[in-house]
Design a protein around this ligand. Structure first.
Ligand code: 25A
Ligand code: L14
Length: 339
């Protein structure tokens, strides 16, 4: 890559936006000029990029003049409104919200799985970053799907509070402090206490009894793996963990594949690290994945209740691989191949 790009980060002061700025810096993305955008609440703030202070600008219709790549993580409503404005100004938008993911004219991309789909950005000037829980699951499952054909996925998630943003990190911290002090624990962000609890409720419930988060895992998995015959069912659960989502993933394959074969496949799969020595209490942990970019897979074993079944435990940092890193990886493909 020789030339540099004019980049904007929309939602720069949020949990994901901050990490996007860090990823651009760490991965040495060829940034010529950077614009950091947020809402009026962040007016007057500055953020550091490559050791230099940059003012946070309030995002409006004129924010995207001259911008070539715009990374968005400012919530669904904001993306709905501003992504087309940015695209009309000539930027390619990589959007982290759920607003555009299922639009047939918007590619939904995980670079380890379907990098070719980036080419579809020309239709709307928007590329969608998938849901965090879906990203780590398809990174782990894609090699198995290619080899043995996945018929059905049954997944239960154990999701960190950082997925809800900075305010939820504060809520869990405050509840734990209050518990230690013997004081009452208050909640505003979640409908119940999250400290020392598990909530089978992420995003809003739909008419079918599933949450939107659960249905994202169903629909996005099929779109990314480009296979609408895969049956997927999910239960998504919020747990009192700060960073990294964990998932118990059960699959049924068309062809027989043994746990040893799965381990061998995943050992050379892009973006995956196998951590699987249960006799020595070695398996993926949220606290180890936090701050990392890989998807960690362990507890790989046969599902003995069916002919072609595998169980595994999949863990990744939801703010990094689940959001910011994946978005910057997409921008890298754009920069290298398309812009
Ligand atoms: O429900 P929605 O609309 O889809 O939004 C969902 C929320 O999920 C987060 C993100 O929260 C978003 O607000 N999010 C989205 N995708 C995520 C993912 N994959 C995700 N979280 C995890 N994983 P957030 O707080 O982390 O980041 C919000 C960022 O978006 C900016 N923003 C919001 N509205 C905007 C906007 N920017 C431009 N135009 C708009 N209209 C937001 O900037 C932030 O950068 P900010 O200035 O509004 O917030 C700065 C700080 O203020 C705190 N804060 C948040 N909400 C409030 C608030 N303070 C006071 N009142 C509030 N209501 C935040 O903690 C933030 O640090
Ligand atoms: O669809 O709250 O990208 O953990 C990401 C964070 C949905 C909710 C998305 C969470 C959001 C999720």
């Amino acid at each position: 890559m020789s030339r540099k790009f004019s980049v904007a980060v929309a939602g720069a002061t949020g949990a994901v936006g901050n990490q996007m700025i860090a990823c651009l810096e760490e991965r040495d993305f060829p940034v010529g000029n950077i614009r950091l955008l947020a809402s009026d609440r962040s007016r007057g703030r500055t953020l550091k990029f490559k050791g230099k202070d940059h003012p946070v600008e309030v995002m409006d219709e004129n924010s995207f003049k001259g911008v070539e790549i715009a990374l968005f993580s400012a919530g669904g409503g904001t993306s709905q409104r501003f992504a087309p404005i940015a695209a009309a100004a000539g930027a390619v938008v990589v959007d982290n919200s759920s607003a555009w993911r299922m639009d047939p004219d918007v590619p939904l991309v995980v670079p380890e799985v379907n990098p070719h789909a980036v080419a579809g950005y020309t239709k709307k000037g928007i590329i969608a970053n998938p849901n965090c829980s879906t990203i780590q699951m398809v990174v782990a499952l894609c090699p198995i799907h290619k080899k043995a054909g996945i018929k059905r996925i049954v997944v239960s998630t154990y999701q960190a509070v950082s997925g809800t943003g900075q305010k939820a990190i504060v809520e869990l911290t405050e509840q734990m402090k209050a518990w230690a002090a013997g004081a009452p624990m208050e909640h505003k962000v979640y409908p119940h206490r999250i400290a020392f609890n598990c909530l089978p409720h992420i995003d809003v419930f739909g008419a079918n009894g599933y949450t939107k988060e659960e249905m994202k895992m169903v629909n996005e998995t099929r779109k990314i793996l480009e296979d609408h015959d895969i049956a997927v069912t999910a239960t998504t659960v919020r747990v009192p963990v700060f960073y990294s989502h964990s998932e118990a993933v059960n699959i049924e394959t068309r062809e027989k594949i043994t746990p040893a074969e799965v381990k061998k496949l995943l050992a050379s799969a892009p973006g995956v690290k196998v951590v699987d020595d249960p006799q020595n209490a070695v398996y993926p942990l949220a606290i180890d994945a936090a701050g990392q970019d890989l998807t960690y897979v362990g507890r790989i074993r046969e599902d003995e209740s069916i002919d072609n079944g595998i169980n595994m435990w999949v863990v990744a940092d939801n703010i990094r691989k689940g959001a910011a890193t994946n978005a910057v990886q997409i921008a890298e493909i754009l920069a290298e191949k398309y812009l």
